[in-house]
Design a protein around this ligand. Structure first.
Ligand code: NDP
Length: 288
């Protein structure tokens, strides 16, 4: 059976990887990019370059956007005219949940339906088994596009509220980016003693595995609101954050990250959580 035509607008590393996945799966692919030369290799591999955004949107029932942010969507689609009417746009670009909701209303005014997406793997992993994408938007649109969207990664539908895909995406990147900054900071801390970052890797991996093991009981405490001490109370953890700040100060490296974490603990103590589990930090974070 014929595969559905797909349009991809935005040919950064991510958009290019998406196009290659669709070409490999046998879909007719139309592309457009502000900087047209970024389509050269893809055209050689079988994609069709549209002369304008409106021609690109007109070529397929589904247009996938892979752009820096949602502002880029308006820059590209403002002025395409009636061509959006009756089509589906899957915007798999990063932005705030509120901006993605506004985009839904903007597209609805033009007769188009929006799915929002957040892709959870780096470009080289697009289309592989590990690839998955958070989606939100109208369920019937998701169901209709499911198989086509599955080509770039397993769709993980989070609900009708358009903001949900980015909320899930940002929540996971919150964890990921904080972890990467912590790793850079830890490398600088050990680097002050001439230790190479590579030597930290097996230990940091072990620490991350341990953190993973912490998550389930921590989530249970956060969800139930029962922050009784399970052996890692705020007062003890707070002293450790003080020591990380001191160790960092002694060697003259940046203090922003350890100070932020220290502040969570200090505030929790101020609010009387010293003897509670560290999970009581959620109260300070929810209501700063
Ligand atoms: P890039 O920043 O490399 O690509 C951005 C694309 O947006 C380019 O095609 C660029 O066009 C276009 N663009 C930006 N601003 C405008 C504008 N004002 N008008 C028209 N076009 C514009 O990003 P990636 O491909 O790396 O990522 C795309 C999305 O995927 C992002 O939202 C990113 O957060 C997300 N993502 C990326 C991952 C990755 O590993 N790369 C991983 C997970 C998510 P031009 O070529 O002309 O500059």
């Amino acid at each position: 059976i014929d595969k559905a035509p797909v349009t991809v607008i935005g040919l950064g590393p991510m958009g290019q990887a998406m196009v290659r996945s669709y070409l490999a799966a046998g879909h007719p692919v139309t592309v457009w990019n502000r900087t047209a030369s970024r389509a050269d290799d893809l055209v050689a591999e079988g994609a069709r370059l549209a002369a304008s955004p409106s021609e690109a949107v007109a070529a397929s029932g589904l247009t996938i956007l892979s752009l820096t942010d949602y502002a880029a969507m308006y820059a590209i689609l403002d002025g395409v005219g009636d061509v959006l009417s009756g089509r589906v746009v899957a915007n798999i670009s990063s932005d705030s949940p509120e901006r993605t909701r506004e985009a839904g209303a903007w597209l609805a005014d033009r007769g188009a339906r929006l799915l929002t997406g957040g892709i959870m793997v780096p470009a080289p992993m697009v289309g592989t088994e590990q690839s998955y994408v958070f989606y939100s938007g109208p369920k019937e649109v998701m169901d209709a596009q499911h198989d086509t969207l599955a080509v770039i990664g397993r769709p993980d539908y989070r609900g009708a509220d358009l903001g949900l895909a980015q909320l899930w995406y940002q929540a996971n990147l919150d964890v990921f980016l904080t972890m990467l900054s912590a790793f850079a900071h830890a490398s600088a801390l050990l680097g002050s003693a001439g230790v190479r970052s590579a030597e930290l890797v097996p230990y940091a991996t072990e620490t991350l595995n341990l953190a993973g093991y912490f998550l389930e009981p921590s989530a249970a405490a956060i969800d139930s609101g029962d922050h009784s001490d399970q052996g890692a109370n705020v007062a003890m953890m707070s002293a450790t954050t003080d020591h990380i700040v001191e160790a960092s100060r002694e060697v003259g490296i940046d203090l922003v990250l350890p100070r932020a974490i220290q502040e969570h603990y200090h505030r929790a103590i101020e609010r009387g959580h010293g003897g509670d589990s560290w999970t009581s930090l959620i109260e300070v974070i929810r209501k700063p």
